[in-house]
Design a protein. Structure first.
Length: 78
């Protein structure tokens, strides 16, 4: 699993993101805009996107929380 630096929604101050935190990419859901499932240092599993214009990941650990029992698709295959 890959670890990256991301701006967390919960750390936003007055609409600005001041610093990044390390998150672990658990899964990638392909589509028009790939969505990532990440795990924060606090153990929160949430959605994240990568913005090609800013070159940064943005994790939504407030509104994008996924079920704690979420597993990668490959983990479910036998």
């Amino acid at each position: 699993m890959q670890k990256v630096m991301a701006y967390l929604h919960s750390q936003e101050v007055d609409g600005e993101r001041l610093y990044k935190s390390e998150v672990e990419i658990i899964d990638r859901i392909d589509g028009r805009q790939p969505v990532y499932i990440v795990k924060t240092a606090d153990g929160i599993k949430c959605t994240a996107i990568y913005n090609i214009f800013t070159g940064a990941y943005y994790a939504d650990d407030i509104y994008g929380i996924v079920d704690p029992s979420y597993r990668k698709k490959s983990d479910m295959e036998m």
